[in-house]
Design a protein around this ligand. Structure first.
Ligand SMILES: C[S@@+](CC[C@H](N)C(=O)[O-])C[C@H]1O[C@@H](n2cnc3c(N)ncnc32)[C@H](O)[C@@H]1O
Length: 253
């Protein structure tokens, strides 16, 4: 049953909308208005109509859809092709205490929070206060805000010691904070980084080596879409050719 506060995917023939169900609210589309009261008590898969009779399926949005089409982007985000890999690579699972910085739009936070629930937590450190409110809104859209604590704190400031099971860092100059990050991790804990340029990769690797991190790896993931035409199957003409380089390591001695 759909309740107030749920996020739904309204899927029409050509349009999709991702909205939070609120009482006594009207959602306007160019195909007509939708009285959101009519969503309450519906089941996923049911059909609703706008005041002009346009039909929409009421679907349960996937986290992929929430990240790609639902959340408000206030910074560059980590895309699902990378965040899904990061989460598996770091072995993030229920009960873990995970370090994250920065939070940005919380796109990665959503994926990691989903993996640590119900008993783990993401401890996310964000330097810019102006991003934090929307990051929480984005987490609420995914119904994962209770598994995340966002602190308005720079990675320059001391982190809790020997505390995190793993972590992921998406800031411009991660090499400046390697000592602080290392001290915050438990022995042997895995840590990951995303940086967009190769010179940032080199700076990060140098700092990781200086601080005796083990199992260093650098990887880039490419995603290529195809035109879904059975008798003329070929790649799309355009692709997102570059998002970022991923670096992984483990805390050493
Ligand atoms: C690219 S955004 C992160 C995007 C995020 N991973 C996502 O998927 O939505 C980088 C963030 O790092 C924050 N940041 C940069 N330097 C920082 C630092 N030293 N400590 C904490 N946050 C920092 C920025 O304010 C920005 O919000």
């Amino acid at each position: 049953m759909i309740k107030e506060g749920n996020t739904v995917h309204l899927k029409g023939k050509k349009n999709s909308f991702f909205i939070k169900v609120e009482k006594d609210k009207i959602f306007s589309t160019h195909k007509g208005n939708i009285d959101l009261n009519q969503l309450i008590g519906k089941k996923f898969g049911d059909i609703i109509q706008t005041h002009t009779g346009e039909k929409f399926f009421v679907l349960k949005p996937t986290l992929f859809e929430i990240i790609m089409y639902g959340i408000k982007r206030q910074t560059q985000i980590i895309y699902p092709k990378d965040s899904a890999f990061i989460t598996l690579k770091l072995g993030i699972t229920d009960g873990m205490k995970v370090l994250e910085s920065g939070v940005g739009s919380a796109a990665l936070t959503i994926v990691m929070a989903n993996a640590v629930k119900p008993t783990g937590k993401i401890y996310a450190f964000e330097r810019e206060e102006k991003y934090i409110k929307q990051a929480y809104e984005n987490l609420k859209l995914a119904n994962l805000d209770k598994f995340v604590e966002i602190k308005h704190q720079s990675l320059e400031e001391k982190l809790p010691e020997d505390f995190f099971d793993t972590g992921f860092i998406d800031v411009r100059e991660p090499w400046l904070y390697i000592e602080n990050i290392k001290n915050s991790l438990k022995n042997g804990a895995a840590i990951g980084f995303l940086v967009p340029t190769t010179n940032q990769v080199s700076m990060t690797l140098t700092a990781l080596k200086e601080h005796n991190f083990l199992d260093l790896e650098v990887v880039e993931l490419l995603e290529r879409h195809y035109k879904p035409v059975p008798d003329r199957l070929r790649p799309e003409d355009r692709m997102v050719a570059h998002t970022g380089y991923l670096i992984f390591a483990k805390k050493g001695f």
